[in-house]
Design a protein around this ligand. Sequence first.
Ligand code: BTN
Length: 239
Amino acid sequence: METVSLEKVESTNLYGKEHLNELADKTVVHARKQTAGRGRMQRQWVDLGEGNLFMSFILKPSDSFDEIYSNLTQYLSVKLCKILENYGLTPQIKWPNDVLVNGKKIAGILSETVMQGNKFKGLVLGIGVNLHADADSVKLVKDKEITALNMEIGKDVDIDNFRENLCTDFYVEYSEFLKYGFEFIKSDYVKRASFLDKEVCVKVFDTEKRGIAKAITDKGELVLNNNNKELVLTIGDIL
Ligand code: BTN
């Protein structure tokens, strides 16, 4: 596994996309500072200051796109939960891939697919983990409540050590995941799901879908039940 370490970059995902051709499969790009971090659904990812993790996995699993690649965000969310559990925390996953601790978001994951014409070139799977924040810096994120590892465990963690553990764990079962897809992690995912059997509102592009979150399918989709009608969502954001 190769590593690209940057002091400052607009976005490790953007860097990964712009340099995809030169970067080997499984390279990890990380930066100490991000000036234009990108989130899901055109949102931004705020840099909370020194000591936070911004990194992207550069993945070139094959020459053509396979639908299980879209579940890699969920695979990564499970891996992150397991690491946070080693610190004594009880993280939960909000479909599809937000990781929360005590109901507050601690990490975000964004996967971007790179195409050249209609040829699949690879994926850039980015993750930002709030490792270091305080009561003031968490207010930089206006639209939701967030937390950070140091605030949850009452001490600072070594960012390089945390990143190395996450990278190692990510690649340990990566090839199995590519073989079996979401089913490989389904029970680990569902165990940590915060939303099941609850009434949820899901933003899907410009619309909102409501219902009881009934299940997760073998493909990682969310099943909503609204007045006995079943709705299966592949994309969206639980509000
Ligand atoms: C989200 O929750 O909306 C996803 C946030 C993803 C943030 C990470 S930080 C590293 C990588 N580079 C980016 O610009 N975004 C991802």
